[in-house]
Design a protein around this ligand. Structure first.
Ligand code: SAH
Ligand code: SAH
Length: 496
């Protein structure tokens, strides 16, 4: 392992020495005509950062300071690190006058900094010049350098099996987003008997590259340093890990999809989606937020059928990875995916014409707060459409309570759902009990699975098959007994 790191260190240092000769923008960004890209992507990247006003920022791999100056305008102090002397000098020459920047020539793999000393760590195109084990070490160190509740933002060129276009610069390491997800999920630090780790706020692709270069493989992440609390998340460090390792493993997602239909992990798949989306009267160019988008079937549908401009967001790494893999086959559609926790993410007020969410909010405890956020994110006159698991009037059977607890769901009755939406400030609220449709769909889906067992078994095991059959049977029993219900909620934000 150590040997490999050393070889990487040598290659990377040599590579950057060759690309630091005249410390120009084109040379550093490894492209010609870099300034056109820079003009559009720099503001995009900066807008994705948390508020750095008055904060202490550490910038790693700062280069000639494309971001340093902008960061220093707002932050109280910036420490800008790069291992190329020419880059550091150019950066100093351009931004030294700001007076609140500490320029440091150092290799990040051997960098030492005091613990708990930064509010935000920023890096843009750095990890791709490090070996796996160097990133792992750096990730732990970054956790310790950050203050509690501090943020880490980083951006990397990645690649998917499917789109390997940009692999021209050896020895640069183009990894899959899944690599970074897994690595940062396992990174952390320990202080005073407390364990800290990173919680994902979001991960998404850089739109400038999608628009100007048709390149989907530029990804960025915003992570939050938090104390790991296994009691709050069903025995997992984060709710994300709970979702990824329990209900939504890659295998279970793909097996659910077989039953629900291509692109879907919720009741009725394409059939209910077509019917419900029709209620929205979508116009071309309207902006839709899909909360808990899963693998994105509904998003591709809204973009293809209505020309909508869709943001699909989901907390599950596995879901988003699959959705992103499929963007490549849906070129030209205005669909972007991001991995994020809707309870933590914030969009600017009045961003969307529609907030759409299918069978997702069952996972969310604090629904009143969530619905207030939806109202804020919607434009005046905007629409909200939700389908969700609900419960019947209590009392509930013991088996039902056990199922709900094991899944970690928070359910209410359809009328209660409507009241919560109204209380959040929505108008024209309709909350319907669609349990009949749920039963209809479940029956069809179960029949399909039974009749297509052979096809299903080509990709999945007998145990997967049995698990789904039992799952569908149990759902039918729960609905039939009145314990479980399925709600369809439509509401609007008052026009101004
Ligand atoms: N963040 C800047 C520069 C990106 S280019 C921007 O987005 O414009 C990558 C930068 O990382 C180069 O400046 C290179 O010198 C620096 N770099 C690569 N490996 C490094 C290492 N191990 N330690 C410090 N800097 C490194
Ligand atoms: N709406 C999709 C997926 C439904 S499955 C479809 O109809 O096919 C429910 C989804 O909610 C899962 O993908 C899960 O990861 C997501 N989810 C659960 N909690 C979430 C949260 N806090 N933020 C964002 N997504 C969440």
């Amino acid at each position: 392992m150590a040997e490999k790191s050393e070889a990487v260190r040598e290659d990377m240092t040599k590579f950057w020495k060759e690309h630091a000769k005249d410390a120009s923008l084109d040379e550093m960004m490894l492209m010609s005509g870099a300034s056109a890209i820079d003009k559009k992507e720099r503001p995009e990247v900066l807008a994705l950062l948390p508020d750095i006003g008055g904060k202490k920022v550490l910038e790693l791999g700062a280069g000639i300071g494309r971001f340093t100056g902008e960061l220093a305008q707002e932050a109280s102090h910036v420490t800008a690190v790069d291992f190329m002397e020419q880059f550091i000098s150019k950066n100093k020459e351009q931004h030294g006058h700001l007076g609140n920047i500490d320029f440091r020539q150092a290799d990040v793999t051997t960098l030492e900094l005091p613990k708990n000393s930064f509010d935000v760590i920023f890096s843009n195109w750095l990890m791709m010049y490090l070996a796996d084990e160097e990133i792992l070490k750096l990730a732990d160190k970054m956790s310790s350098w950050l203050k509690e509740d501090g943020f880490l933002f980083f951006r990397e060129s990645c690649y998917h099996q499917s789109g390997d276009k940009d692999r021209t610069f050896n020895p640069t390491k183009y990894r899959s987003p899944a690599f970074y997800n897994a690595l940062f999920q396992s990174a952390g630090s320990e202080e005073g008997g407390k364990n800290f780790g990173f919680e994902m706020i979001f991960s998404r692709s850089i739109q400038t590259y999608v628009e100007l270069k048709n390149n989907q493989n530029q990804y960025c992440w915003l992570l939050h340093k938090t104390q790991q609390d296994t009691t709050a998340n069903h025995g997992f460090e984060t709710f994300q890990k709970f979702l990824d390792s329990r209900q939504y493993t890659r295998n279970s997602i793909l097996s659910y999809e077989k039953v629900f239909g291509d692109g879907y992990v919720s009741t009725g798949g394409p059939e209910t989606t077509e019917a419900f989306v029709a209620m929205l009267n979508l116009k071309s160019g309207q902006r839709v937020l899909d909360v808990g988008c899963g693998i994105g079937g509904g998003d591709f549908y809204m973009a293809k059928q209505y020309g909508a401009d869709v943001v699909g967001m989901d907390l599950s790494t596995n879901m988003i990875e699959i959705a992103m893999e499929r963007v490549v086959h849906n070129n030209g559609l205005k669909v972007q995916f991001e991995m994020a926790d809707v309870t933590k993410r914030n969009y600017p007020p009045e961003t969307f014409d529609v907030v759409y969410s299918r069978d997702t909010i069952l996972h969310i405890k604090d629904k009143p707060v969530l619905f207030k956020k939806f109202l804020t994110w919607l434009k005046p006159g905007g629409k909200l459409l939700i389908s969700d698991y609900c419960c019947g009037e209590p009392p509930h059977s013991e088996a039902f309570d056990k199922y709900v607890a094991q899944r970690g769901y928070t359910l209410c009755t359809p009328p209660e759902y409507g009241k919560l939406i109204e209380a959040a400030g929505f108008v024209n609220v309709k909350a319907e009990d669609r349990s009949w449709q749920f039963t209809d769909m479940l029956t069809k889906e179960k029949k399909w699975l039974h009749e297509n067992k052979e096809t299903f078994l080509k990709d999945h095991s007998e145990a997967d098959y049995q698990g789904l059959m039992d799952g569908w049977t149990n759902k039918l029993v729960r609905v039939d007994s009145g314990n479980q219900k399925w709600g369809l909620i439509y509401a609007e934000k008052a026009a101004q």
